[in-house]
Design a protein around this ligand. Structure first.
Ligand SMILES: [Zn+2]
Length: 133
């Protein structure tokens, strides 16, 4: 049981971190520097580590349902990795990338958390700038 719990924690620690980021905002327990660090780490987790579906578009026009690590990483197919990287760096393709971000409930949660922690990092930077005045 204990081993199972630590395995889940190894996979899902970013979700825990996201909760901590929200709590830190609500309680103002952390300074802006701490918030920036935590938010950035959380965003990185969801972009590159979170266990989600691949979501690349297959030749059948469907979304790939294989497991992948992170919103910007594809599954074990090399083609899917390239496809997602290409979508991420070409602005006209962002709509297509966006579609793949909402495949399945787990991925939607991960996408929202990634956006939330990204916004949180930006907000913390703004707070820091105003505090320096
Ligand atoms: Zn795939």
């Amino acid at each position: 049981m204990a081993r199972k719990r630590s395995g889940a924690l190894g996979k899902y620690w970013g979700y825990l971190l996201f909760v901590i980021v929200i709590t830190a905002w609500l309680t103002q327990a952390l300074g802006p520097v701490g918030l920036i660090a935590l938010s950035a780490l959380t965003a990185l987790f969801f972009l590159f580590r979170a266990p989600v579906w691949c979501g690349a578009v297959t030749r059948e026009g469907d979304f790939c349902r294989k497991n992948a690590r992170g919103l910007l990483m594809g599954c074990s197919y090399q083609q899917h990795k390239w496809q997602k990287l290409k979508l991420a760096v070409v602005p006209p393709k962002w709509r297509q990338l966006n579609k793949g971000l909402w495949v399945g409930p787990e991925k939607s949660v991960a996408t929202i958390a990634a956006l939330g922690s990204g916004l949180s990092a930006v907000a913390a930077v703004i707070t820091l700038i105003f505090k320096l005045d």
